[in-house]
Design a protein around this ligand. Structure first.
Ligand SMILES: Cc1cc2nc3c(=O)[nH]c(=O)nc-3n(C[C@H](O)[C@H](O)[C@H](O)COP(=O)(O)O)c2cc1C
Length: 183
C-alpha cells in the first residue's frame, strides 16, 4: 500500500522530515512510504486563484489522491500546525475532487519542547476530521526535546524508544488501512 509521507516543515535540517525518513526505514513490508516534497511550491491559498488553479496545486491533489493513506509529521508552531501545512490542506480541500474523504491519515511530530508537538497533532486532527479523513488514533508518535533525539550531523533518529514507537505505529496503521480498504 502506498502511504504518502507529508512533512509540515520546509527547513532543510527538519527533525520532522528526518522522522519521516526514519519511518521509511521502519515501515513494515506492506507499506511503501514515499516522502512528498511539494509543500514549498504552493502559493498562499487565495480563492481568486481557484479560477485558474496553479500547477503546484494540481500536483498536490494528484499525489495526495493517488495515495492509499497519508502519514503527516508536523512541527508545532506556537501551539499549532505550521501555516505552510495548513495552507496545503486548505488548497487540497478546495479541489473539485478533494483527496481526503474516506482516506486514512496518521500523524507524528517532533518538537523542541516538552510536549513534542502534541498540541499541533490535535489541531491537525481537528482540521482533517472536518474534511472526512479517517483518523488513526494510536499508538502515537511524539518526539519531545527533538535536538537530543537526532544525530547533530546526519540528522538520523538515534533514540531507540522513538524508533520503537514508529514501528508500533506503522504496524497498527497498516492493519487500519487494510480494514478501511476492505470496507
Ligand atoms: C515559529 C515557531 C514557533 C514554535 N513554537 C513551538 C511550540 O509551540 N512548541 C514547541 O515545542 N516548539 C516550538 N517551536 C520550536 C520547534 O519545535 C523547532 O523549531 C522544531 O525543530 C521545528 O520542527 P522542524 O525541525 O521539523 O523544522 C517553534 C519554532 C518556530 C520557528
Amino acid at each position: 500500500m502506498k502511504v504518502l509521507a507529508v512533512s509540515g516543515s520546509l527547513r532543510e535540517s527538519s527533525y520532522n522530515t528526518s522522522l519521516l525518513r526514519a519511518a521509511v526505514e521502519a515501515a513494515p513490508d506492506g507499506i511503501e512510504l514515499e516522502v512528498w516534497e511539494g509543500l514549498g511550491e504552493l502559493p498562499l491559498y487565495d480563492e481568486d486563484l481557484e479560477d485558474d488553479v496553479p500547477e503546484s496545486v494540481h500536483r498536490l491533489r494528484e499525489s495526495w489522491a493517488a495515495a492509499d493513506a497519508i502519514l503527516f509529521s508536523t512541527p508545532e508552531y506556537n501551539g499549532s500546525v505550521p501555516g505552510g501545512l495548513k495552507n496545503a490542506i486548505d488548497w487540497a480541500s478546495r479541489m473539485k475532487d478533494q483527496p481526503f474523504a474516506g482516506k486514512p491519515a496518521a500523524v507524528q511530530s517532533a518538537a523542541g519542547g516538552l510536549l513534542g508537538g502534541a498540541r499541533a497533532q490535535y489541531q491537525l486532527r481537528q482540521s482533517l476530521i472536518s474534511v472526512d479523513v479517517l483518523w488513526f488514533g494510536r499508538p502515537e508518535v511524539i518526539v519531545s526535546f527533538a535536538p537530543q533525539k537526532f544525530d547533530a550531523t546526519t540528522l538520523e533518529l538515534k533514540d531507540q524508544t522513538a524508533i520503537d514507537m514508529i514501528k508500533a505505529q506503522l504496524a497498527a496503521y497498516e492493519k487500519y488501512i487494510r480494514l478501511v480498504k476492505a470496507m
